[in-house]
Design a protein around this ligand. Structure first.
Ligand code: 2HA
Ligand code: ZN
Length: 273
């Protein structure tokens, strides 16, 4: 069965995990995975007759003829586990890198996530930046991080510092920091380009008043990054609220440097004083 293939099973589990965290109200959030050639071959016996090509409005040379597992547009991540065929699917990219067609799932006229252009451009940038290692792009509506976008200056520096200072593990998990996209209309090529520009530098991009995009090599690392950032945001919001807007003490820049040294990671120096 398709759902027994590890790449597909892991994809479904991640949708359920995100739902259980409270990050996917209604049709909120989306997930895509760039398949390995051997995974495509494992899935191919279950492929249905390919449907028509659909142009994306974005293009990437390094994603020509790739296959992606994707959540469906308007679909609820809550429903993926019970009914994968209607809520997720596999798409093939054409040999010019600007169109997709469905080869499995997304039954009854469903389409890939409305954020497919953003996912696609982020995949292109992260694939190039990591020599092909990165395969997962994940978008979620993480409440505490969204709340932070109402009270903090919308800069990479302000968000990165606040998050690094909110849990000792953070500088180890995302030493490069996080980027911030100002409020933009979701779903189109403009927000896709703005996000992928930041993804050249960062594994994670905050969407102001909307949520978070993260990238990674596999489901565990990518889900873990989303989870770590959202938990840090939750701690930050708890502390700032309990303190009446005042933080009495925090992890210092020297502390951050000491963690980096001990754990052998290189912190983005731009964000240190
Ligand atoms: O899938 O989250 O950003 C719905 C969304 C759009
Ligand atoms: Zn969203």
């Amino acid at each position: 069965m398709m759902t027994e293939i590890p790449a597909v099973r892991g994809f479904i589990r991640m949708c359920t995990d995100g739902w259980e965290q409270g990050w996917h109200e209604r049709n909120g959030g989306n997930l895509t995975y760039r398949m390995k050639p051997e995974e495509v071959e494992q899935c191919r016996p279950f492929f249905t007759a390919p449907r028509e090509w659909n142009s994306m409005g974005v293009q990437a040379d390094n994603l020509k003829s790739e296959y992606f597992i994707t959540t469906g547009s308007g679909k609820f991540l809550r429903n993926v586990q019970d009914d994968p065929e209607h809520n997720i699917g596999i798409v093939e990219i054409n040999d010019t890198g600007d169109s997709w067609r469905i080869v499995w799932g997304l039954e009854n006229g469903a389409r890939p996530t409305s954020e497919f252009p953003s996912h696609f451009m982020n995949h292109s940038v992260r694939k190039a930046a990591t020599n092909g290692a990165y395969r997962v792009i994940y978008h979620a509506h993480t409440p505490s991080l969204i709340a932070m976008t109402y009270i903090m200056p919308l800069t990479a520096r302000d968000f990165t510092r606040a998050l690094w200072q909110s849990a000792t593990e953070c500088p180890v998990v995302f030493p490069g920091g996080v980027g911030v996209v100002p409020w933009m209309v979701p779903g189109g090529a403009d927000i896709a380009m703005a996000t992928s520009e930041l993804m050249k530098k960062y594994d994670a991009a905050v969407w102001a008043h909307h949520g978070l995009f993260v990238s990674g090599p596999d489901y565990d690392i990518t889900f873990g990054l989303m989870h770590t950032i959202e938990k840090a945001a939750q701690i930050y919001m708890l502390a700032i609220t309990a303190g009446g807007g005042k933080i009495r003490q925090t992890i210092t820049d020297d502390n951050l440097r000491a963690i980096a040294k001990e754990f052998g990671v290189e912190l983005n120096e731009e964000f240190l004083n």
